[in-house]
Write a protein that binds this ligand. Structure first.
Ligand code: FES
Length: 125
């Protein structure tokens, strides 16, 4: 019985990281780009954190991922020079969709739909 239990445990460890679902809160909120608090989003490379989500202007395309790193929960930030999201605690790196590209995070960040209507962004997912 014990041996069978160990075999099942080892088998579960072999699953690829991508089998874990992305992690992040469920949200639906707006950011008005005409407000000073959100002004950085008018420029490529700008980003704003709100509702547990990082919203970034990735060279003219708005993207949003969960802010809390799936490793130990540090806040990830947008890195304009590499056009990705980076966790400062242990150098976890995520692509614009929230997928892990390097470092220790075991799971992708949840990503969100960003739609622009006039000067208002709606972030949902
Ligand atoms: S907490 Fe983000 S890489 Fe460790």
């Amino acid at each position: 019985m014990g041996l069978l239990g160990s075999a099942v445990f080892l088998d579960s460890c072999k699953k690829p990281k991508t089998s874990n679902p992305p992690q992040g809160p469920t949200v639906n909120f707006t950011l008005d780009l005409s407000q000073s608090a959100n002004a950085s989003l008018n420029n490529a490379g700008g980003s704003v954190a709100s509702h547990g989500v990082v919203v970034a202007n990735a060279n003219g395309t708005y993207v949003a991922v969960a802010q809390s790193c799936t490793h130990n929960g540090c806040n990830v930030g947008y890195n304009h020079s590499a056009n990705n999201f980076v966790c400062p605690c242990h150098n976890g790196v995520f692509d614009l969709s929230g997928n892990v590209t390097s470092g220790p995070p075991p799971t992708a960040l949840k990503n969100y739909t960003v739609t622009k209507n006039g000067s208002v962004l709606t972030i949902a997912g």
